[in-house]
Design a protein around this ligand. Structure first.
Ligand code: BEZ
Ligand code: FE
Length: 291
């Protein structure tokens, strides 16, 4: 319902229309449309939930705490976006790919852009704590042709389910991280330790709020990969352990059937361990699209 030119600026039913109309002179129509949509939905939530002023103060205090919890090692806003499914939805809408291409999933808050470049075959476990895992993979295009010289960044939690940047005093810097280049057959391999699944961080405002509401915070065990190659859409994804009992209840909606891998038990040179073989399939980048 349109409030008309003489309508008072505030009334519970007409507020959203009035708000949207105030953008009628906007230069940036896209920004105006987005703001009007977001705020209209916020008004709807308030009309539905009917918070008291004290409730609303709590909401503002929560958002303030989220901001204060962020620093160079911690991105609480990303965690909020991930846990409410917003990151997964944005990824899904923006990275529709041919069926046989490896899908993207949420990048998560523990990525570091400054991980070291390593020769193929390196061991990325700098403290050697955990069960040995040999990862071997091929990067190929939709026709099965090798993609040589692709840049593969990997990072993972340790055998207790913690990332190096969550435990700067307990794990060596860059533990369980590395950047590799595929060889002429599109392959790379490295040694690591088998990651454990984990609860997403529950010591900050986001984890505490969702935990208090009984929301499951578990993530199944996985390895992270970002794979870049000239002319191809960048893959930012995870590979999950098929035997993890929490595969079906991932807190951040990151699990897709194509991303589930088989961690096979092996005995390498008399040493018990695990092996993962995986194939990443890259689709060509769309012209003019961000890769
Ligand atoms: C992760 O996989 O590292 C992650 C993703 C979202 C929230 C927390 C952790
Ligand atoms: Fe992770």
């Amino acid at each position: 319902m349109s409030p008309g030119p003489m309508a008072p600026p505030f009334n519970e039913d007409t507020l959203s229309d009035t708000f949207a109309q105030r953008f009628s002179q906007a230069q940036d129509k896209t920004l105006a449309r987005i703001l009007a949509a977001v705020v209209t939905h916020l008004h709807e939530v308030i009309r539905e939930v009917r918070p008291t002023p004290a409730d609303w103060q709590k909401a503002i205090a929560f958002l303030t705490e989220v901001g204060h919890a962020c620093d160079e090692r911690r991105q609480e806003w990303v965690l909020l976006s991930d846990l409410v499914g917003a990151s997964a939805l944005v990824e899904e809408i923006n990275s529709r790919r041919p069926k046989s291409a490896t899908p993207n999933t949420v990048r998560g808050p523990f990525f570091r852009a400054d991980a070291p470049s390593l020769p193929i075959g390196s061991d990325i476990s700098l403290d050697g704590v955990g069960e040995r895992l040999d990862v071997s993979a091929r990067v190929e295009d939709l026709d099965g042709h090798a993609i040589a010289n692709a840049e593969v960044t990997t990072w993972q939690a340790n055998a207790q389910g913690f990332y190096e940047n969550q435990q700067p005093d307990l794990q060596p810097e860059f533990n369980l991280r590395g950047v590799f280049r595929t060889d002429n057959d599109g392959r790379f391999h490295y040694r690591t330790v088998k990651p454990a699944g984990y609860r997403v961080p529950d010591d900050g405002p986001v984890g505490k709020l969702l935990d208090a509401a009984g929301y499951p915070l578990r993530r199944p065990a996985h390895l992270h990969f970002v794979i870049k190659a000239a002319g191809f859409a960048t893959i930012a994804t995870h590979v999950y352990d098929r035997n993890d009992p929490h595969l079906c209840e991932d807190a951040i909606f990151g699990v897709k059937p194509e991303l589930v891998g088989d961690f096979e038990q092996i005995n390498a040179d008399g040493m018990p361990g695990w092996r993962l073989d995986f194939t990443f399939v890259m689709a060509r980048a769309k012209q003019g699209a961000d890769t």
